[in-house]
Design a protein around this ligand. Structure first.
Ligand code: NAG
Ligand code: NAG
Ligand code: NAG
Ligand code: NAG
Ligand code: NAG
Ligand code: NAG
Ligand code: NAG
Ligand code: NAG
Ligand code: NAG
Length: 410
């Protein structure tokens, strides 16, 4: 209690007497020492460091030593000294509290640390007639792309071993946990884009949540809306239009061309796709094996992009008598992607023929006919590469951009 009174007495005394007041031995205080002092108020801001001071002067000195300290809250009763990196935040009335700015490091109070130029993440330490800069934590943010600067700015001084949460922007994850090292530096860091469903595992929370995600395609240099399943990490694109592939289950009467039902031939069937399986690294639609999870079929299932028929026609006439009746429609409208032109087609089965195939002007829809001139055959694309749709991008909030809090434990 005695020293509280002493503190109060001291600053009352400074206010009255002004400069040249002898305190703590032979040190003299200049007017700026108490210039910015506000009694009975407290700055409401997260302190950079909390220090148990011996008195007001001690708190003032500590603030001066810390390069980032601009002001402090000092509690006359508890002598708790909160070093603050800001001096312009909101003040509230608090009994027993004093706010002071430390605009410079002049004066004998700081010894050889007077006017020191220590780096931001250090505090000055008096060493006889010299000073050293002692690392006290980490400050600032790594100068790399896609860091979440807001996260780094939540604190002006990060303690040793403290980890920055959400260190990267949405859609990116940190290559390492961003933990302040004992040297006061951030680890070598990269913010890497989520580029496949599997990567959801690197951070907590999303690994088993199925849904639409924005994933970055290195091949396209852009973000694509991809459906990730809850368990499996195979990428799919949700289709909005009808995507249907057929080898019709009927033959044709060679004279009248009227349908003759015969659903028993092994390649006949119909398949509709609701989602197309995507190979992310090449950004192409997988057309066969493992591509059918989001499809339904009647009779024999048909590959994505494939059509055919089992109608015998005049082998020497591609616009043959009854025509090619295997119809297909690929429609990527609304996905933000479209099929890259040109598409090359290959035939399958016996006597496969590529019929008339058309692509809509906007590139979203490819439809056509394939079939056979003898036996069962048809055509399918050699590959279906995708590109970003220059006309349409799905709404930003129709898919999740993953926010990575910290890395999972390996
Ligand atoms: C905060 O400190 C800076 C320099 O240390 C000074 O220029 C500025 O006036 C101070 N602001 C307030 C609100 O005291
Ligand atoms: C130290 O921090 C202050 C405030 O954040 C900033 O203005 C200044 O540029 C920093 N100095 C260095 C050398 O990083
Ligand atoms: C930080 O972590 C390292 C290694 O785990 C440990 O040796 C060190 O004492 C820790 N430092 C602090 C200030 O906690
Ligand atoms: C960026 O950091 C702020 C503060 O930590 C956080 O609120 C925000 O969600 C972060 N953004 C991302 C994309 O993680
Ligand atoms: C797929 O399911 C839809 C809806 O039940 C149905 O309308 C369609 O005919 C089915 N397609 C095939 C090829 O079975
Ligand atoms: C088709 O053309 C070939 C030779 O070009 C001929 O040998 C064959 O008889 C023709 N077939 C029919 C059904 O006309
Ligand atoms: C394409 O061929 C089918 C059958 O072979 C025919 O019904 C259709 O009219 C043709 N379409 C065009 C645009 O030529
Ligand atoms: C794509 O969708 C838009 C709006 O839903 C529609 O206006 C357009 O005609 C569609 N294009 C194709 C090729 O289906
Ligand atoms: C990252 O930090 C979190 C939270 O501190 C911790 O649980 C996790 O094990 C760390 N992961 C790695 C790979 O260091």
């Amino acid at each position: 209690m005695g020293s509280n009174r002493e503190d109060i007495f001291r600053f009352m005394f400074w206010i009255l007497v002004g400069s040249g007041v002898p305190v703590e031995g032979n040190m003299c205080l200049k007017p700026e020492f108490y210039q910015n002092m506000r009694i009975g108020e407290k700055l409401i801001v997260e302190p950079m460091v909390i220090y148990q001071a011996r008195g007001l002067l001690d708190c003032y000195r500590q603030c001066g030593f810390y390069s980032l300290c601009q002001s402090f809250n000092y509690n006359v009763e508890t002598r708790q000294c909160e070093l603050l990196a800001l001096n312009n935040s909101i003040a509230e009335p608090v009994v027993n509290n004093i706010i002071m700015d430390v605009p410079n490091r002049h004066g004998q109070l700081f010894g050889s640390c007077e006017n020191h130029v220590c780096p931001n993440n250090t505090a000055c330490q008096v060493e006889g007639s010299h000073y050293s800069c002692v690392v006290v934590g980490c400050h600032g943010n790594p100068d790399i792309q896609n860091v979440n600067i807001t996260s780094f700015e939540t604190k002006s001084l990060w303690f040793f071993n403290e980890t920055v949460l959400y260190a990267c922007d949405a859609g990116y994850y940190p290559s390492v946990n961003v933990t302040c090292s004992m040297a006061g530096t951030w680890p070598p860091l990269e913010c890497l884009p989520f580029n496949e469903c599997e990567k959801r595992r690197v951070c907590g929370g999303y690994a088993t949540v199925g849904g639409e995600y924005w994933l970055f395609s290195e091949t396209l240099g852009g973000w694509v809306k991809i459906y990730c399943r809850s368990v499996h990490n195979r990428e799919h694109v949700t289709l909005h239009g009808i995507n249907t592939f057929t080898t019709p289950t009927f033959l044709k009467d060679p004279i009248t061309c009227d349908p003759v039902v015969n659903p028993n031939l092994p390649r006949m069937g119909y398949t509709d796709f609701q989602k197309a399986r995507i190979l992310m690294s090449q950004i192409r639609i997988k057309i066969d094996v493992d591509a059918f999870h989001y499809s339904n079929s009647t009779f024999k299932r048909q590959n994505f992009g494939s059509a055919g028929d089992c109608v015998d026609n005049d082998v020497n006439d591609t616009n043959s008598d009854c025509g090619l009746i295997g119809r297909f429609v690929i429609n990527t409208n609304g996905t933000g992607l479209r099929i890259k032109s040109p598409v090359t087609w290959e035939t399958w089965g016996d006597g496969g023929r590529v019929g008339n195939i058309t692509q809509s002007l906007d590139g979203h829809r490819i439809e056509g006919y394939c079939g056979s001139v003898v036996g069962c055959g048809g055509c399918q694309p050699t590959e279906l590469l995708l590109e970003l749709d220059p006309i349409y991008t799905p709404p930003f909030d129709s898919a999740t951009r993953i926010k990575c809090k910290t890395l999972n434990t390996k």
